[in-house]
Design a protein. Sequence first.
Length: 682
Amino acid sequence: MGAPVIALQDRITPCATANAELKTEQLTSFFELSPDLFCITGFDGYFRALNQAWEESLGFAREALLRTRWLELVHPEDRELSLAETGRIIKSASSVSLENRYRCKDGSYRHFVWNAKSLPDQRLIYAVGRDITGRKQAEAALQHEQHERSIHQHDEELSRNNAILLGEIGRCRQMEKSLLETQEKYRSIFENAVEGIFQSTPDGTYISVNPALARIKGYDSPAELIAAVGDIGRQSYVDAQRRLEFKSQLEEHGVVNGFEYEVFRKDGKRVWLSTNARAVRDSHGSVIYYEGTVEDITQRKRLEEQLRLVHKMEAVGQLAGGIAHDFNNLLGVILGHGELLLEKLDEASPLRNHAEQINRASTSGSALIAQLLAFSRQQVLEPGVLDLNAVVRNVTKMLGSVIGENIAITTSLDPELGPIKADAGQMEQVLVNLLVNARDAMPDGGMLRIETANVRGQDSSSSYDSEPAGPLVSLTVSDTGTGMDSETRSHIFEPFFTTKVRGKGTGLGLATVYGVVKQSSGSICVCSEPDHGTTFTLFFPRASDAKPSIQHATSVENASQGSETILLVEDDTALREIILTFLTNRGYTVLEAANGPQAQSVANRFRNPIHLLLSDVVMPGMGGPQMARHLKSHHPEMKVLYMSGYSDFADNTQVQWQEKPLLQKPFTQQDLLRKVREILEA
């Protein structure tokens, strides 16, 4: 590309007298690699030789330039002066400096300053040009800022400081490059940030927003958000007063940190945001605009609310559990004496109906206490490997007529559904509560759907607790009823909370569901919107053991009589007396004690075998399991049957109660006698 190097050397060698020992190769390299434009032209105006810088500056190929007169490339406005200066060079053979503009291949023009000298005997002109386009642009900028100076004065000043300006121009170029890089870096941060970034006016209009803020507020682009929201306080804030508080803090302090508020998204849904912002002021101290960052904290607020709910439920649960424990003992006494009365009264007795009413009321009270214990997760469960599909079939068959003919029930049960480990009776109660709730939400009829499935995970955004680990089994109950707003949803698992009219509900149904599910190591998701129905999804860990639980029942006949010795330990005197009566009436020898130390003393004095220890689990001083370990060391033949009304046992051994003989309070006489015989004959 370009003139042959040898031809160039031939032309340069006669001019190289100043340094005769300069090697031709070095001179050629300098010529080719210089950033300045070197050229040799004939008096006829054609180029004889050019260096690489011509191609880089103008964009023309060297071969094309060598076929072109240099004047054809000069800007038309600069040609007259350029010809005059060239004529002076030819006539005087002196060195001349001039500036002009050369046309680039793309049609633009670049500024050059030239130093040229002629060799008349060879009819050649040697010239060196420097690209001063950047300098010219800088001059134009300076002219704009210092317009009071004349163009002539500006040119003279630039001429005197040419060398300095060239250096400054180089530094300016570097600064410009750095500035562009910095702008690009911050533009990238602005565009790709996870948090929202904004600038807004004090009167509530957006100046600029990034894509993250548009996404947070549900818009497709920043432009759509800016165009759609003309008044941030009125259109976005759920509580417009919070916008006024935001402005007040900025005006007073200049900054706000962690300012939390709730806004409407484009689709009308609410989200919680947290903003860090500052007020940008002019030189007079007036606020020009606000700028800051925005974080979506909806999930955090939901978790905080869930944690608050859990704490409240745990507090109420502890209270309910404590009350239930004492109340179960009272119910046991009432039930026991009621049964004794019924045994003594014949069918014609006018008092028999009163005794039956006592027992019915006691049974109802027992069911209510069971709900309280389930809610507080203190109910004694008897978990076994369970098929949820079978539970669904049993309950839907049982409740078909109760749900009502105006409600269509459909099921979608996974035929490959994995088993879970749970209490069958409690799972039935959970499903009954959910179905009755769904029925009550559809007074005019609707659709009720029950589904089961094997799943790997759940949507934690609507979960009231963290999901269990590992493979899961889900049970979903959905209806097309009235649905719930967010305020109602936040209270549904609280005990005694109900949306039903007085007398139509206790408010324990969903609290019971929550307690049983949590006690079974599960979790609950709730999705509901007003007029769009409700969906409850329950998640349980899939059981690794697929074998069904097998239980052996003792017949009522075998539970009638006995002759063995039983050590009865119960701290409630009235309950201990009624149990003593039940057992002695059936032929058992009963040793009684009110607590662990008394039981040890009684057992140590008794010289004959003790066949069964019948003990309460929770007692002052020494619990039933601890006492049993001490007694069995002296009476290894003794079997153990525990009694309790709740599972929050004060025993550090973490007894697996589903594997221990346990009689749940309150119990009937037949329940007691049947369980005693079952343990003695095992």
